[in-house]
Design a protein around this ligand. Structure first.
Ligand code: HEC
Length: 161
């Protein structure tokens, strides 16, 4: 009897863990302690229309604009700060990442990020990505979105800001 109970308990402990791992097949576990960020990463987000893809960030990457983007990313953006999914260091391993399939974008991966024009990032932040956890940030104005884009881009640049 106790053995049956034990097996039952082990099943319910092991199943969610193995399901989470199966959902993130590319994520390697290093000694069971750390997840390595995915790079390059498969994108599940559709492409923006040409009208958006042509847009270039109109703001200077000034310390003020980058700082404003940083504050939104980590704390102020609604419905939730980008950090909870995209991670405090932008590598896609935020606190919610294990719950999410597909995984959030890894902004530190220049292989993926250099393929994405400014207008693509703008469009997805404004409208969200259906079929993924990426929400639409409808209450950010255009200037705030461009500030966020300057901040996101800094994760895949060599120099530190
Ligand atoms: C609840 C989780 C969550 C939050 C919060 C979130 N994202 Fe995402 N984000 C995702 C997921 C999941 C994807 C989809 C990855 C994919 O396409 O495979 C994504 C994709 C993206 C992309 C990639 C677009 C592309 O074309 O590849 C950008 C840019 C992005 N998010 C920016 C942001 C910004 C900026 C914020 C905060 C203002 C934010 N995200 C908040 C989960 C989140």
């Amino acid at each position: 009897m106790t053995r049956v109970v034990l097996i039952w308990i082990m099943f319910w402990v092991a199943m969610p863990v193995s399901m989470a791992m199966a959902a993130h097949p590319g994520v390697k576990v290093d000694d069971g302690l750390e997840f390595l960020p995915l790079c390059p990463q498969v994108r599940n987000t559709p492409g923006a229309t040409d009208e958006f893809l042509r847009l270039k960030n109109p703001l200077n990457p000034s310390p003020e604009n980058i700082f404003a983007g940083q504050t939104l990313f980590h704390f102020d953006a609604k419905p939730g700060p980008c950090r909870i999914c995209h991670g405090i260091s932008g590598n896609g391993l935020g606190i919610l990442f294990r719950e999410l399939t597909p995984s959030p974008r890894n902004f530190t991966c220049s292989k993926t990020m250099t393929t994405l024009p400014d207008g693509q990032l703008f469009w997805i932040i404004k409208n969200g990505s259906p079929g993924t956890a990426m929400p639409a940030f409808k209450n950010l104005d255009d200037e705030q979105i461009w500030q966020l884009i300057h901040y996101i881009r800094h994760f895949s640049k060599e120099e530190e800001h």
